[in-house]
Design a protein around this ligand. Sequence first.
Ligand SMILES: NCc1[nH]cc(CCC(=O)O)c1CC(=O)O
Length: 319
Amino acid sequence: MSTKTPTPEHTLKIGTRGSPLALAQAHETRQRLMEAHDLPEAAIEIVVIKTTGDDRFLIEADKPLKDLGGKGLFTREIEAALLEGGIDIAVHSMKDMPVAQPEGLLLDCYLPREDVRDAFVSDKATGIADLAPGMVVGSSSLRRRAQMLHRRPDLKVVEFRGNVQTRLRKLGDGVADCTFLAMAGLNRLGMARVAQGPVDPEDMLPAVAQGAIGIERREGDTGVAALLEPLHDRDTGLRLAAERAFLAELDGSCETPIAGLAVIEGGTLWLRGEILRPDGSEALAEEARAPLEDGAVLGAELARRLLERGGPGFFDWRS
Ligand SMILES: NCc1[nH]cc(CCC(=O)O)c1CC(=O)O
């Protein structure tokens, strides 16, 4: 299947979830395509697709994500639409994407990465160190929960689900004293001012691929591949290759507290990785460097070092 140059008569269809952040990312992608190819807005259509996750994750709020269907929960319907030809490309937060894509789909176009850091959000404290003992952290991210419990075992953590707007409302309602959001999401929504500020990755290593947008397409769709080519950011691709290889080797999912960040420094890749027990009782960190093109090997190697140190059952709940 190939796509001709989009025109107002033959629109290129971008599939996305309907949350404000997902829509902002789809609009950014449309803007970049219009600029790269001198297209009118009418040549590119944004198609909102409701996913199982959008319904069930919030309604069945007590169930862990893995019992609801894991990460694929938020992408299954979008990928099905892509495979069926109902849309031509799908825009995703790479942080939410499984390490492997379904047969027939490719996810190899990344927009320039936004801020990778987590944001500290609170009207009771200026940062992590400023939180009083016993204060409540709202987060549904296993990584952020474990990182906070590890660094501050005196704090409490409560479940905090929903999109950025929902979580801010819960914070305002006093359900928790602070929460963490990705700086990237806040920046893309023009909402960075709701945060006290970014957290240094030394204090909270971000999630693999945080801040990166990926564009998925059908394999063999040469027309779409050519349209996406000028949008791809090479450095982001090299960094994500390392981070996603790290996650893949750890067999990571959102049921495992894992953090990983690759940066390009002095012309080489520098990858830091961290695994934690879900209750925060233990955290293991490693770092390594490799040539720019060796991200896949670097990521897998760093993961194996951590797996060896952690031993079998490292991610199991201790109860
Ligand atoms: N899991 C939800 C999710 N997926 C991507 C982002 C933020 C944007 C990004 O990291 O690119 C968020 C929200 C958050 O963590 O605050």
